[in-house]
Design a protein around this ligand. Structure first.
Ligand SMILES: [Zn+2]
Length: 631
């Protein structure tokens, strides 16, 4: 996933309240998933069958989920599954000989974050079976935290409704009753019934040529964790980009998407060369409406993508490189629990930078690294020290809030450090064998550390010790010998911001058209804090920041506009908040308004006007930023 740094602030607030609750004597088990109710040491799911009807009128999915399970503990009689706001109307056990037996089921005690455990008691005749299928008839709630139901007027076409899922981190349980932990991998198949004019797509084998008749079959033969089970339904069409790659979108977005993401096939080929075989068959993109809360979501075979990447100049395709790289780090080798999330996100951010270097150039990657480093240093000033470790003790709170620059940027920096220490060739061989060794497995940070130790740290020439690696993984801040990214282009840009602010050059002499988006972002961030607002207006009318089509430049600019109370640009700032629904692009702008000492009320008014078009996750985050009590 490409996440939203704004939430790290919330995280600090939330977790500082929570962690005191854990009694010291409870032993912390890093391999245990504290965010799932499922008794995976007693039963394990191997395959999932979905049969669901998509009802746009009631905003519900209705049908059945059948879990093919294996019993690991012969004495266990109760299967515990994760659910959130699901109505379960029937549970039955299906045995190999075709016998179907009703099973007693009840809900356990609900938890505000984790949802509600569903406890199914195996009937007597099924207790000796080591393998069985558990079929649950159910319906989702219109408030499902995974599903967003968009009315026609919130889509690009404006004529048909659209729905999509976002299961990461622990939201699959709000549309499928299952063992909702990344530690369990399942294959799946599905039958999806929709209004006949719409197309359903899933993180499975989509057939672009399938006739539109309102019933679609899917098969996902590779085992994946629950957070990668994904669905979208809408007026969606397909255009190929290359032999194995293509893009799905509403017709209104197809042409621009095809232009923007034209390099996808080449990225896939380069990624295979660097990281090993692509194990998933096709790699397609699904471009969603603006309310999609993230930059992208690496649903296997079909990454879900925000339309905020459609800048018109291919300048934001690093997000595609990121989602594609997840086909190795995350989807192929998966973090065992959300506490190990740096294994997904730090590794992917590193692979993304390697891909960008091959497809584009090293200067651009260096610029990006400098910006990420700057974000990281800012967050290290505010994040609680024990949460600054890549693999902290994490047994409480909401894993959605546990997302941010520590995992992404510090994780990437750690891998960059290893690359520098061992040399690119050696480190590349390590990565290649890492993906091969742990393919289709979930691993903990500790397993990664052992493997790193065996393969690299114990080699005779290694100058990195296990203790060095442990400092990155378990200690706050950055080690003294952490790499410091630098970019000569950005240094020049910084200098230019200063000389312009001092009145030594004119706006027309700033060569912004020749710059990368990263350089422009750095220029905006390098403006002196005491710059008069008239000068900001001069800059804006000369360089057109308020009217930019590049969402990242807009984000950076409007954060500054809000922090500096440059009210002349507030109308365009509000347009930015209405145009995008991706958390990263808007949450920090709301935060800057809320914290500038004057505009909290104004921010709340803007939020009221915009919120209907936001995803529930984004909406909840912003409500938190604006200190609105929504409970
Ligand atoms: Zn990611």
């Amino acid at each position: 996933m490409r996440a939203k740094p704004g939430s790290i602030i919330l995280l600090t607030l939330l977790l500082s309240a929570c962690s005191e609750k854990v009694p010291e004597e409870v032993a912390y088990d890093p391999a245990h998933d504290y965010f799932s109710f499922a008794n995976t040491d007693q039963f394990i799911t191997q395959h999932l069958e979905l049969d669901l009807t998509v009802d746009f009128d009631t905003q519900q999915l209705r049908g059945s989920a059948t879990l093919a399970m294996r019993k690991l503990d012969p004495n266990s009689t109760d299967v515990v599954l994760d659910t959130r706001d699901l109505g379960i109307s029937d549970a039955r056990v299906l045995l190999a000989d075709g016998v179907s037996i009703p099973a007693e089921h009840r809900f356990g005690e609900s938890d505000g974050t984790k949802g509600t455990p569903l406890i199914v008691t195996l009937p007597d005749v099924a207790r000796s079976a080591t393998e069985f299928r558990l079929k649950l008839e159910y319906a989702t709630s219109p408030d499902s935290t995974a599903l967003q139901w968009l009315p026609p007027d919130l889509t690009a076409g404006g004529k048909h409704p659209l729905m999509f899922s976002q299961s990461q981190t622990i939201h699959a349980r709000s549309w499928v009753p299952l063992q909702d932990t990344p530690a369990v991998r399942v294959t799946y198949e599905a039958t999806i019934r929709t209004p006949p004019e719409l197309l359903a797509v899933m993180s499975a084998n989509n057939d672009p040529l399938t006739p539109r008749r309102g019933e679609y079959r899917f098969d996902m033969p590779q085992p994946i964790p629950s957070y990668l089970v994904a669905i979208a339904v809408g007026n969606i069409f397909f255009v190929p980009l290359g032999e194995q790659t293509g893009v799905y979108a509403e017709p209104e977005l197809l042409e621009t998407s095809v232009f923007e993401f034209a390099d996808t096939q080449e990225m896939l080929e380069q990624a295979e060369r660097l990281f090993g075989p692509y194990e998933w068959g096709r790699y397609d993109l699904l471009v969603l409406p603006p309310s999609f809360p993230f930059g992208g979501m690496e649903n296997p075979r079909l990454s879900f993508i925000t339309p905020s990447l459609l800048a018109g100049d291919r300048s934001l395709v690093s997000v595609i490189a990121h989602e594609l790289a997840h086909s190795w780090s995350g989807n192929l080798v998966t973090n065992a629990t959300w506490r190990d999330q740096w294994l997904n996100e730090g590794m992917t951010s590193y692979l993304e930078s390697r891909l960008m270097e091959v497809i584009y150039d090293k200067d651009r990657v260096d610029e990006e690294r400098v910006l990420l480093y700057r974000e990281l240093l800012l967050d290290l000033e505010t994040v609680r020290p024990d949460l600054q470790a890549l693999a902290p003790r994490l047994d409480d709170g909401d894993p959605d809030d546990f997302q941010g620059t520590i995992h992404y940027n510090k994780g990437q920096l750690f891998l960059q450090y290893l690359e520098n220490a061992f040399g690119r060739d050696v480190f590349d061989r390590f990565l290649f064998s890492y993906f091969e060794t742990f393919a289709f497995q979930t691993i903990t940070t500790e397993r990664f550390l052992d493997y790193l130790d065996e393969e690299l740290l114990q080699t005779e020439t290694s100058e990195v010790s296990r203790a060095d690696a442990e400092q990155w993984l378990y200690q706050p801040g950055l080690p003294a010998d952490a790499p410091v990214p630098s970019s000569s282009t950005l240094k020049a840009v910084e200098a230019l911001a200063t000389v312009w602010a001092q009145g030594e050059i004119e706006v027309t002499e700033i060569p912004v058209k020749r710059w990368s988006p990263q350089a422009t972002i750095h220029f905006i961030n390098s403006l002196p804090p005491d710059l008069a607002n008239e000068r900001l207006a001069e800059l804006d009318s000369g360089l057109g920041f308020s009217a930019t089509r590049n969402a990242e430049i807009g984000r950076t600019w409007f954060i500054q506009v809000a922090q500096r109370r440059h009210t002349a640009a507030y109308e365009q700032l509000e347009q930015h908040l209405n145009r995008y629904g991706r958390g990263r692009l808007i949450e920090p702008v709301y935060l800057a308004l809320a914290q500038n000492g004057s505009d909290l009320e104004l921010a709340r008014e803007m939020f009221e006007r915009a919120r209907d078009a936001y995803h529930p996750l984004t909406e909840a985050n912003i409500a938190g930023v604006l200190a609105l009590d929504e409970s």
